[in-house]
Design a binder for this molecule. Structure first.
Ligand SMILES: C[S@@+](CC[C@H](N)C(=O)[O-])C[C@H]1O[C@@H](n2cnc3c(N)ncnc32)[C@H](O)[C@@H]1O
Length: 329
């Protein structure tokens, strides 16, 4: 595989067996810049080694430039259409050392201690439980190997709600849902397990009848969860009310009651996008066998290449898209 061949054929999106139209549309949007745009970003990271994993590789947008710095690149993704397209790209680009597989990043089909680098770009945005994912990454990394992750912060949801929704209203519910999901999932006190643990007490609590009644009102009073005597839930409800509006306080109450009564396992929108904060991720990394966590804000890893890589900015004081590197102990 030569850089010139990649430069020439980068924006030719193949067709063929197993390649579906959504994969082609996706690949077109991912290859909307010339190849050098991706190569420069990868080169600037200064990461080198024998074997790397592109976890959740999509159509291989990053796998190909990484293959210029590693002897072998493995790309894995759940989407069969995207993997079929990535394989066709590899054939078109005459790449012998990029290998694509359909598979789940939470259950990687690789031996322990296989990779010098695991790279994961915009995959940790949804239902994926980050601790399980990091444990799996730690397993397949060689000791001393590196992990590079690009993920969303809460600022990304604010950006959808406050900026993108102005141009296209469809982003408004996506942003608000992402905020709700982030606030709920990053809360260490009000978890589905904590609700289950308290279920008997909550069921017997006189405040529960008032909550159920308030749920029927067109506009429930702002503090209608306060009567349950659970301070952390009350704080969470207040924050959700302020950020997402009263409808989402009602969603929270519905969630608590459904989990409490055993009809649901998780909070609503568990599969929607969510944001992470550096402190939260640093704690999970420490617990899963990583150290030397470096995260980037204004001085993020891509920033030195100039304005066109400016996706790590703050929105309402929260990181939007951000990156970190950690080392496997
Ligand atoms: C936003 S795309 C990013 C793709 C690629 N990393 C890139 O930057 O071009 C997220 C990708 O993660 C994949 N994905 C989501 N959950 C996954 C899982 N559990 N295992 C493997 N891939 C997954 C999706 O199929 C999708 O292609």
């Amino acid at each position: 595989m030569t850089t010139n061949r990649l430069r020439t054929h980068w924006q030719e999106i193949p067709t063929g067996e197993g390649i579906d139209e959504p994969a082609r549309v996706y690949a077109k949007s991912m290859h909307n810049n010339p190849y050098d745009h991706y190569l420069e970003r990868v080169a600037a990271l200064g990461l080198r080694g024998e074997r790397m994993l592109d976890a959740g590789c999509g159509t291989g947008t990053w796998s190909f430039p990484f293959a210029e710095f590693f002897d072998r690149v493995d790309g894995i993704d759940l989407s069969e259409g995207r993997i079929a397209l990535a394989r066709a790209m590899a054939a078109q680009l005459d790449s012998k050392h990029v290998h694509f597989s359909v598979g789940d990043v939470l259950n990687l089909p690789y031996e322990d201690h296989t990779f010098d680098l695991v790279f994961c770009y915009s995959v940790v945005i949804s239902y994926i439980p980050i601790r399980v994912l990091l444990t799996e990454f730690a397993r397949v990394l060689k000791p001393g190997g590196q992990l590079f992750v690009v993920l969303n912060g809460l600022g990304f949801s604010y950006h959808l709600r406050d900026v993108r929704a102005k141009a296209d209203p469809k982003y408004l519910p996506l942003g608000v849902r992402g905020i709700y999901n982030t606030l709920i999932q990053s809360n260490r006190a009000v978890t589905p397990q904590a609700v289950r643990d308290r279920a008997d007490r909550l069921k017997a609590h006189p405040g529960l009848a008032r909550v159920r009644k308030a749920q029927q009102l067109p506009m429930p009073p702002e503090s209608f969860l306060a009567g349950l005597g659970w301070a952390e839930l009350d704080d969470l409800a207040r924050r959700i009310g302020a950020e997402c509006g009263p409808d989402y306080v009602r969603t929270l109450a519905d969630d608590v009651i459904r989990i409490m009564t055993g009809s649901h396992e998780t909070f609503a929108h568990a599969k929607a996008g969510r944001g992470y904060a550096p402190g939260e991720v640093a704690a999970d990394l420490k617990a899963t066998g990583f150290d030397a966590f470096r995260w980037a804000q204004e001085e993020r890893l891509f920033a030195r290449l100039g304005q066109r890589f400016s996706r790590g900015h703050l929105v309402n004081g929260h990181l939007s898209t951000w990156e970190f590197i950690a080392t496997r102990v």
